[in-house]
Design a protein around this ligand. Structure first.
Ligand code: PLP
Length: 421
């Protein structure tokens, strides 16, 4: 008996042995995962990924299908992802500084280009200092925990980006969630939060599902009245909102009233990757000491730093690219409205074509792709029930003809599926 059991153990088989236990656990895990995946498919919320065989830009080639398509669903607002000068800057940084640092910043991962880019970001936003992260997701994950304690409070718009929500979850401050852009609700929550040492209002500058812009003037007024600080996430604003593309705070004339800005290098600013926080110097110094995604993650690769740095140079030289994007946005919004569609938001290159019904949004998006126009339908739970839409994103590098083709295709598809009479 003992011999048989010992033999099974040595061979690694048999009930009760470590190997059989791990085989059973792996089988159980596989069953559970397959069931969960099936549930996602059944709920109609499965996200599939189309594989692109070309550079990012207004005209794409997909691996499946071969033919070129017109792309209206990237955050490439200024078209800098494939800008020749941005690519050249990345190549030069790669040649001069290598592929990567194999280190976090505080060990041996800080190069002169990291310091130069941080200085440039702070200058661009007219702030004291800036700190780089591998992504804005990381910047949002790292700031609240480093800054706020159980004595403090954070007040967050209910529709803030997932990374802000996760960042707030990680901190021990008292948490208030105010109704989307509802200033009465924010005021009530600020009154309640007076008992705490410090209050931080956190909002997206521009909300990516609706293309709507946070009422920053009113938020800053309330912040002043109730002695609070204001934090904005400018991922969908940096580089193109406001007269010089500085963002929502410039657009709404409150650059001196917003204390902290987090934003991304992965959208308008070259589109490679990376994020940052910019604001008061002591805050940035503290983040370098305490912010976990900064302390425990690799430095940004030089090529990525090169892209973002060149994108900022281009924007600081001229606002022509941002103005071109604004003109294209205006063309799309006015033509679609004239065709009978409802476009959510105002003046923002995120142009959600509101359809209501989830199925209608899905079949119309599919039919648009059949006509060579790449747009994405969004429905519950990504957006509220009954508010399904197709989100169109305009870029400075779309031509007027591209915009007109998109409007024509929408009009045809809308008529075909009953979204237009
Ligand atoms: N914040 C907002 C509002 C975003 O839309 C995104 C990206 O989708 C992020 C943060 C995360 O940015 P990154 O891609 O740099 O992690």
């Amino acid at each position: 008996m003992w011999r048989r059991a010992a033999g099974r153990l040595l061979r690694g088989g048999g009930a009760g042995s470590p190997r059989s236990a791990s085989v059973a656990a792996a089988a159980e895990l596989r069953r559970r995962l397959e069931k969960e995946l099936e549930d996602i498919r059944c709920a109609g919320t499965w996200k599939s990924e189309r594989v692109i065989a070309s550079r990012q830009g207004p005209h794409l080639r997909l691996t499946a299908g071969g033919a070129g398509i017109l792309n209206f669903c990237a955050n490439n607002y200024l078209g800098l992802s494939s800008h020749p000068e941005v690519i050249r800057a990345a190549t030069e940084a790669l040649e001069k500084f290598g592929a990567g640092l194999s280190s976090v910043r505080f060990i041996c991962g800080t190069q002169s280009i990291h310091k130069d880019l941080e200085e440039k970001i702070a200058r661009f936003h007219q702030r004291e200092d800036a700190i780089l992260y591998a992504s804005c997701f990381d910047a949002n994950a790292g700031i609240f925990e480093a800054l706020l304690t159980p004595e403090d409070a954070v007040l967050s718009d209910e529709l803030n980006h997932a990374s802000i929500i996760d960042g707030i979850r990680l901190c021990k401050a008292n948490k208030y969630r105010y109704k989307h852009m509802d200033m009465q609700d924010l005021e009530a929550k600020l009154q309640d939060a007076q008992k705490h040492r410090l209050r931080l209002v956190a909002t997206d500058g521009a909300f990516s599902m609706d293309g709507d812009i946070a009422p920053l003037r009113e938020i800053c007024q309330l912040a002043q009245k109730y002695d609070a600080l204001v934090f904005i996430d400018e991922c969908h604003a940096t580089g193109f909102l406001g007269p010089n593309g500085r963002g929502t705070d410039e657009l709404l004339g409150v650059m001196d009233k917003v204390t902290i800005i987090n934003s991304t290098l992965g959208k308008a600013l070259g589109g490679a990757a990376g994020g940052y926080t910019t604001g008061p110097k002591p805050l940035i110094d503290l983040l370098r000491q305490r912010s976990r995604p900064y302390l425990f993650s690799n430095s940004l690769p030089p090529a990525v730093v090169g892209c973002a740095s060149k994108a900022l140079d281009l924007l600081m030289e001229s606002n022509a690219i941002a103005q071109s994007m604004a003109a294209k946005t205006q063309r799309f919004r006015s033509k679609m409205t004239a065709a009978g569609f409802t476009i959510s938001g105002k003046d923002h290159p995120i142009c959600p074509v509101m359809l209501g019904d989830a199925r209608l949004a899905a079949v119309m998006a599919e039919d648009m792709l059949n006509r060579g126009i790449y747009v994405i339908g969004f429905s519950y739970p990504v957006v509220p029930k009954g508010k399904a839409r197709i989100r169109v994103q305009i870029s400075a590098v779309h031509s007027d003809e591209d915009i007109d083709r998109c409007v024509e295709a929408f009009t045809e598809v809308g008529r075909k599926h009953g979204a237009l009479s």
